[in-house]
Design a protein. Structure first.
Ligand code: RAM
Length: 505
């Protein structure tokens, strides 16, 4: 199906919804150093060595270096107020490094990162040719720690730091983030809101350090958290329209992520289990905002993602023909045909609900209800093991398969509820490889009314990140693998990733 006659209009709607960013000034709270300590997460912790006022208003030598701790996660433009005492006989050269965690602060950025660009590290040099009173960083940073360094600068003058601040930005309302948090749940909730607000910029970014980009799978979780917090419906609407406008002209396929700064949103990284979720996200948006007009406008492209998915079926079951990126979770060893089959069932059932809500059932190209029932039956027959009472694929038992089988309602409700309860004890099954799948677990537990079980998962998994000092929730968290990274270097992991924003029931 070709949507190219719509995409210009969709892009214009997305552009019309570009948000004004809110601003909040924050200042550095202490000067720290990084200390090696094998007893802490990733083996590095920060230690205060002086207050900021102790180094302000002091003439600095030609070589100096300080690490400024802002005490919390910041996304914005660092700004340094300074003066120069003496004859400004040569440019002032300032080296800087922005980092999210103590470990990242301690890492030499001149290091290899397999598969990602070194440019994701936030460091650089600013050189001024005049004795300016203020240096504002040109590029938005995402950090808690700001390292400033000057190396063999002029002897004819002395720089004097007057203030070290950050002009923080977000399209979320900063005032909705509680200033304090005492209990574990209050801390988890507050850090979730800090994480989400940090990622709410001109779009819902996956992470404000990396990738600074809109991803469809992330958007599903970000939007749900947003409906329970900032309630910025226009930002969700803008992102839905960006994805629709960025669809592949030839196939109408919605991409997994959007590169925005093009005349037309450029789609990248098509991910099978992301794009099929477009209708699910659209349904949640309509139910929370009441905006059925947008629903009707984007209904057909939502249906089309399901139609494209059916091309990946053989004998009534999903088959991996090795032609698309199947995500689900970062675990490389995960068997994915069963969870993907279930994702399709869930997505189609949500598109059917959408059709009913919009009274557009007649627009469905086939009988979705009977197809869903057939796929549920096929999924049970192919992957459900009545002896163990769980879904298994090629001998593998994974949390992913059980979670998505529950979403797909392949088993009767009470059986699915019991399966989820027992799953939480199955530590020998392949567990989630990160917060994205843990979040799907929390959401599906809540779908089945298992609130206490969901709270226990949140307390243990997100509570552990809090205990490790998380200022925002992370892209990856494997309790036994502090140095895990999908990119071969934990320093380039995003330590503020909104797919980790968790809704506490
Ligand atoms: C990385 C990021 C992003 C995720 C994709 C699949 O680029 O973690 O959030 O959606 O992978």
């Amino acid at each position: 199906m070709n949507f190219s006659e719509q995409t210009e209009r969709w892009k214009a709607i997305a552009d019309s919804l570009k948000p004004q960013l809110n601003h909040q000034w924050r200042t550095a709270v202490s000067i720290v150093r990084m200390v090696s300590d094998p007893s802490v997460w990733q083996g590095i912790r920060s230690e205060e060595i002086s207050s900021v006022p102790e180094i302000l208003d002091k003439e600095l030598p030609e070589t100096w270096e300080y690490i400024f701790d802002f005490g919390e996660y910041c996304v914005g433009y660092p700004e340094i107020e300074l003066e120069f005492r003496g004859i400004f006989d040569s440019p002032f050269r300032l080296e800087y490094k922005l980092s999210e965690t103590p470990y990242e602060t301690s890492v030499d950025f001149q290091t290899e990162i397999n598969g990602l660009s070194r440019s994701w590290f936030q460091d650089g040099v600013i050189t001024v040719d005049e004795p300016v009173k203020k240096i504002r960083f040109p590029r938005r940073g995402a950090f808690r720690y700001l390292t400033l360094k000057s190396f063999f600068n002029s002897r004819a003058y002395h720089p004097v730091l007057k203030a070290v601040k950050c002009d923080c930005v977000s399209s979320a309302d900063f005032h909705l983030i509680p200033a304090k948090a005492e209990t574990l749940e209050e801390k988890i909730n507050r850090i979730s809101l800090v994480t989400l607000a940090s990622c709410m910029q001109e779009v819902f970014e996956d992470g404000p350090k990396r990738d600074r980009r809109l991803w469809l799978g992330d958007l599903r979780i970000q939007a749900l958290a947003n409906y329970n917090s900032f309630r910025n419906y226009d930002l969700v609407k803008r992102c839905l329209y960006l994805f629709a406008a960025g669809c592949q002209p030839e196939t109408g396929r919605i991409p997994g992520c959007i590169y925005r700064d093009h005349p037309q949103p450029a789609g990248g990284c098509y991910i099978f289990d992301y794009s099929i979720m477009f209708g699910d996200i659209l349904l949640d948006y309509i139910r929370n905002s009441g905006d059925t007009e947008t629903g009707k406008d984007l209904f057909l492209i939502a249906v089309h993602q399901c139609e494209l998915a059916l091309e990946e079926f053989e004998k009534g079951c999903f088959k991996d023909f090795r032609r698309h990126w199947l995500f689900i979770d970062w675990r490389k060893e995960l068997q994915k045909e069963c969870p993907e089959h279930c994702v399709v069932i869930y997505a189609m059932s949500r598109v059917f609900e959408l059709a009913e809500l919009l009274e557009m059932e007649k627009e469905l190209p086939r009988d979705y209800q009977s197809l869903i029932a057939e796929f549920r039956k096929n999924g049970r027959e192919k992957w459900f093991d009545p002896v163990s009472g769980f879904f298994t694929e090629n001998g593998q038992y994974s949390w992913a398969a059980q979670i998505w089988a529950a979403y797909a309602e392949i088993l009767p409700e009470e059986s699915a509820r019991n399966l989820l309860r027992e799953l939480l004890q199955k530590k020998d099954f392949l567990q989630p490889g990160g917060p994205y799948l843990y979040n799907q677990l929390v959401l599906v537990l809540m779908k089945y009314g298992l609130k206490e079980e969901a709270r226990k998962v949140i307390h243990s998994y997100w509570g552990a990140m809090v205990s490790h000092g998380a200022d925002a929730f992370w892209e990856f968290y494997l309790p036994d693998e502090p140095m895990f990274s999908a990119y071969g270097n934990a320093a380039v992991n995003s330590h503020c990733h909104a797919w980790s924003t968790v809704i506490i029931p």
